[in-house]
Write a new protein. Structure first.
Length: 365
């Protein structure tokens, strides 16, 4: 991956591509001081908030470079730079809007649906998103889930035979080193009743160097591994991130996307259409467009639900059906996939349906 020469001149050192492509160096060298980051970006810091609501600030050099080169840098910046509005808490917002803690039978497990669990293996991320649903975890002192807690999680999954899917999440599971990651995946794979293993991650976009041969060798050993990629904007799909995605697909991973609908970032048809079509071209199935959760301090990112429904309708009109993700609101009772109502009326012998173009068609009973 190409070394960012602007990054080198900013720090006055690092002229070595091998170092730039070392994912552990990328993690060690993250921007963690907002002032440095904004100076590198050439952005005026006046409107930025240094006293944020304690969501950590960290951006990998790679993702900083990607943002700097984006034609929509100001949109991507909103998602990583602390903002004073994070301190405004709406009465309906919560630190744990999905009530995951209440549905946690043991420390690393969230069991909200009968047949699947979340396995939270770290609270670390390579780069932190300001709208994170799990900010109650990411704001804590950084930790990787301990071996004894991981073992307790594996034991819980093993003892509950109705669990058919395990979603390895966090934080970002690809933050973990390979030894720990392989232990987790192989332990889950040894449980007969678990059919699906899914990893939720943003790492291929913010730290593509992590998708190296050693990791791919592990993922190849335990097929099929489903990877849900957290992607919010088409500008995140650049040469290096697309190459990382391609390596995952070639290693047998099945990729799908999850996108949070974010006001002022991706809440318009052009951006979403471009994103979904670009995902398809990169062998990623657009899976979910999430309404921004009612997490504390994220109201400035939240659109109206009707905006989301309208955007999905527009996608349906302008793109292949493959490019239309489910629009999902995650509420206290679980995920709800929303559709604008297409069954308009029922008569004695027919239904009146609204088709993709908005016209009404009569469909016999
Ligand atoms: S990568 Fe995921 S877990 Fe990490 S801060 Fe972003 S949304 Fe939260």
């Amino acid at each position: 991956m190409a070394l960012d020469t602007e990054y080198c001149s900013f720090w006055g050192k690092l002229k070595n591509e091998a170092v730039w492509n070392d994912w552990k160096w990328q993690l060690r060298s993250r921007f963690t001081k907002l002032g440095d980051f904004l100076e590198y970006m050439g952005v005026n810091a006046d409107h930025c908030e240094t006293q944020s609501n304690k969501i950590p600030f960290a951006v990998t050099p790679f993702y900083a470079s990607l943002i700097k080169q984006s034609a929509h840098a100001e949109k991507l910046l909103k998602t990583v730079v602390p903002d004073s509005r994070e301190l405004e808490l709406s009465p309906y917002e919560k630190h744990d809007p999905l009530e995951e803690d209440e549905n946690s039978p043991c420390p690393a497990i969230v069991h909200r649906y009968p047949d699947r669990v979340l396995f939270l293996v770290t609270n670390n991320c390579a780069t932190y998103c300001r709208y994170c649903t799990r900010s109650r975890l990411t704001r804590l002192t950084p930790f990787n889930t301990s071996k004894s807690q991981l073992q307790a999680g594996v034991d819980y999954i093993s003892q509950n035979k109705q669990i058919r899917e395990v979603i390895i999440s966090g934080g970002d599971p690809l933050f973990l080193d390979n030894t720990k990651l392989e232990w987790i995946i192989s332990s889950i794979r040894q449980i007969d009743h678990v059919q699906l293993v899914r990893i939720g991650t943003k790492v291929p976009l913010v730290l593509p160097q992590r998708i190296d041969d050693e990791l791919l060798t592990i993922l190849e050993k335990y097929p099929p591994i489903y990877v849900n990629l957290h992607v919010i904007h088409p500008d995140e799909l650049v040469t290096d991130t697309q190459a990382a995605i391609s390596r995952l697909v070639n290693a047998g991973c099945v990729l799908a996307s999850q996108t949070v609908l974010l006001k002022g970032v991706n809440d318009n048809n052009d951006t979403l259409q471009c994103l979904m079509e670009k995902l398809l071209r990169n062998r990623i199935r657009p899976y979910a467009l999430f309404h921004c959760d009612l997490v504390a301090g994220a109201s400035h990112f939240r659109t109206d639900i009707k905006v989301g429904l309208d955007l999905v309708d527009q996608l349906r009109k302008s793109s292949s059906g493959l490019a239309v993700p489910a629009y999902i609101v995650d509420s206290r009772g679980g995920k709800v996939a929303l559709h604008s109502t297409n069954l308009m009326k029922e008569t004695e012998d027919a239904y009146l349906l609204r088709n993709w173009s908005g016209n009404l068609v009569k469909h016999p009973k």
